[in-house]
Design a binder for this molecule. Structure first.
Ligand code: NAD
Length: 250
């Protein structure tokens, strides 16, 4: 096993549960130390770090609301002080506040923009300086296929996920010559708490649109993230990889 000292450090936002948790576990399994960001549930994040530490991985939990610039600045200082510079940033934290446009409250728009898009700007800006210094870095942001094709009832969420794609392509262009890649993983319909709240008829309709005939798992998404985090993907930047069982193919 790579010694703790030689492991690269990955910071995963919103890693207390769902896809982020599995991304943290997968990156740890591929030889990374992991900084686990969580917002509300310290218990889940501490349990995850305990599980990783038991298998010899350097993992620590850090509380921060990544929709707030001050929290993100403190998060990076705390991670750097106790674990070192972030070499892989996974922008995973996200929320939904679904509503039809005519009923969508300004608060529902602003909350989703802050949590899903502003967070990506704050975290990437904090991470990029150290990556430039190291002349190596990986930024992987979790968007969604609805950022590519839209979805009724999710104008706010779709706009943020499309925004992540435009942001990533610009960052990719700015830093490609410095050994830093920026890519997007766009999941389709993945089995987590976020989709667990959907009504049965909505789930059935979604399943009917997936050629693979099943919902995705967090592991399906984490595998794509691990690829973008690796040395093998060195010549790929500004890409959007849809992990959706063939749902969109665009
Ligand atoms: P989830 O609700 O299970 O997990 C989201 C995590 O983000 C939670 O741990 C939550 O605490 C954290 N979070 C939210 N706001 C935060 C904030 N301000 N600061 C810090 N952490 C915050 O959802 P999930 O399905 O695991 O989603 C993970 C990512 O994948 C999200 O970006 C989501 O938009 C995206 N995604 C999910 C699906 C799906 O089908 N589940 C599909 C496409 C994209």
């Amino acid at each position: 096993m790579t010694s703790a000292k030689n492991r690269r450090l990955a910071l995963v936002t919103g890693a207390g549960r769902g896809i982020g948790r599995v991304i943290a576990l997968t990156l740890a399994g591929r030889g990374f130390s992991v900084a686990v960001n969580y917002h509300n549930s310290a218990t889940a994040a501490e349990e995850l770090c305990g599980e990783l530490a038991a298998s010899g991985v350097d993992a620590k939990a850090f509380r921060a609301d990544v929709s707030r610039a001050e929290d993100v600045a403190s998060l990076f200082r705390a991670v750097e002080d106790s674990m070192g510079a972030v070499q892989v940033l996974v922008n995973n934290a996200g929320i939904t506040r679904d509503n039809l446009l005519m009923r969508m409250k300004t608060e529902e728009w602003n909350d989703v923009v802050a949590a899903n898009l502003n967070s990506v700007f704050y975290c990437t800006k904090e991470a990029i300086r150290g990556m430039v210094r190291a002349r190596w870095g990986r930024i992987v942001s979790i968007a969604s296929v609805v950022g590519l094709v839209g979805n009724a009832g999710q104008a706010n969420y779709s706009a943020t996920k499309a925004g992540i794609i435009g942001f990533t392509k610009s960052v990719a262009r700015e830093y490609a010559a410095r050994g830093i890649t920026a890519n997007v993983v766009a999941p389709g319909f993945i089995e987590t708490d976020m989709t667990g709240i959907l009504k049965e008829n909505v789930r059935a309709a979604m399943l009917g649109q997936i050629p693979a005939g099943r919902m995705g798992s967090p592991e399906d998404v984490a595998g794509a993230v691990a690829f973008f985090a690796s040395d093998e993907s060195e010549y790929l930047t500004g890409q959007v990889l849809a992990v959706d069982g063939g749902m969109t193919m665009c």
